[in-house]
Design a protein around this ligand. Structure first.
Ligand SMILES: NC(=O)CC[C@H](N)C(=O)O
Length: 361
């Protein structure tokens, strides 16, 4: 086994053993307390630039499934490659057993040249990240040092967004999906409904298109990097066509509305985040992966908080007071995680139906 090191910007150095690719990387070190779902997490484009620490003690034991396509998108993964910069676990199990497994996690990481380190006390590391906040860090292999690098200073969305426009489905409602790094399950959730989907790059001027509803996807990095999307969105907010945003999409909606976003100390990454629907005592358990949030205090008067995080009171979605515009900071499409809020896709499409009913034929 090759020895590798995890080094944090505060000087912490942790020795561990290598799995996956034997290579050095730098990134932002973040933790997730989700107990399952590494094939989904690792392919979620929102993790681009991040070294992911998993607190669940044993990782790899169910292997990695083989790929299957559905309407030219993956049926299994959340995008077509691994997006994390590196992986940190406590116990790595090369041995795996699952009816759907096609390879080990280590072999999968090697395919994409992504390093993993195991034998790390990930719960001690997580306590440190909770106390000091998410930190820059690096995995150093073979003594080949690399400089620290803050991925939030890069336009990561431009790196993960597709180059061209793609069409899916033949349903009645024409939805434009602005792809800032969309998770595939968002596309699957739409295709299970009565939708024709037009998937466009992050900086595409969708205001030129003929559509019934607009969807803003999740994506990596600081939402303020997406100036072109915010500019186009500001035009869409002048109209009355329904708009739904998830995660980065929620932050973009907040910024386009005139509000501000800020970086959370260490973010929310897990499958059991409680959120409360404003005006009710109704709590949903949600899947989350974000490091930024909308500052509710900065929202203009015609916008309200739609969901609130019950752990720390931060904004988990916003809503316009009269127009059909709403968003969630959490992931109603989950994958992995609880699917309890998938009904929000139906709520959005209901708003689309209502909007179309009042349009002149
Ligand atoms: N999953 C996402 O869309 C994340 C949004 C943003 N990059 C954040 O970390 O807050």
């Amino acid at each position: 086994m090759n020895q590798v090191k995890l080094i944090l910007e505060d000087g912490t150095e942790i020795q561990g053993e290598s799995f996956g690719a034997l290579t050095s990387v730098a990134g932002e070190v973040v933790f997730s307390t989700a107990m399952t779902g590494y094939p989904e997490n690792l392919t979620d484009p929102s993790f681009a630039g991040q070294i992911l620490v998993l607190t669940t003690p044993m990782v790899g034991n169910y292997g990695v499934p083989g790929e299957e396509l559905y309407e030219s998108i993956s049926r299994i993964f959340e995008s077509d490659k691994i997006h994390i910069a590196g992986l940190v676990v406590s116990y790595y199990s090369e041995e795996h057993s699952h009816w759907h497994a096609a390879k080990s996690l280590g072999d999968w990481l090697k395919e994409y040249n992504i390093p993993g380190i195991f034998g790390v006390d990930t719960r001690m590391l997580t306590k440190k990240l909770r106390e000091k906040g998410a930190m820059l860090g690096k995995i150093v292999a073979d003594g080949q040092d690399v400089p620290f690098h803050d991925p939030n200073l890069d336009n990561l969305v431009a790196q993960v967004s597709p180059a061209g426009v793609q069409h899916y489905g033949h349903g009645q409602h024409k939805i434009v999906l602005v792809d800032c790094g969309t998770k595939t399950n968002i596309i699957r959730c739409f295709l299970e409904r009565d939708v024709e989907l037009i998937r466009v790059p992050w900086d595409y001027d969708f205001t030129q298109l003929d559509y019934d509803g607009l969807f803003l996807s999740n994506g990596p990095g600081d939402p303020k990097m997406c100036e072109a999307t915010i500019r186009h969105l500001q035009k869409a907010l002048q109209q009355d066509k329904p708009i739904f945003g998830i995660c980065l999409g929620s932050q973009l909606m907040g910024l386009a509305a005139g509000g501000d976003t800020f970086k959370l100390k260490y973010g929310h990454r897990s499958h059991n985040q409680p959120v409360k629907l404003t005006g009710t005592q109704h709590c949903y358990i949600t899947s989350q992966n974000h490091g930024f949030a909308v500052d509710t205090e900065t929202l203009p008067a015609e916008w309200n908080m739609l969901f609130e995080n019950l752990n720390d009171g931060t904004c988990e979605g916003i809503k316009h007071v009269s127009k059909p515009f709403f968003s969630t900071q959490f992931h109603p499409e989950a994958a992995g995680g609880p699917q309890d809020t998938e009904f929000l896709f139906d709520d959005f499409l209901e708003a689309v139906v209502k909007y179309k009913e009042v349009q002149p034929k």
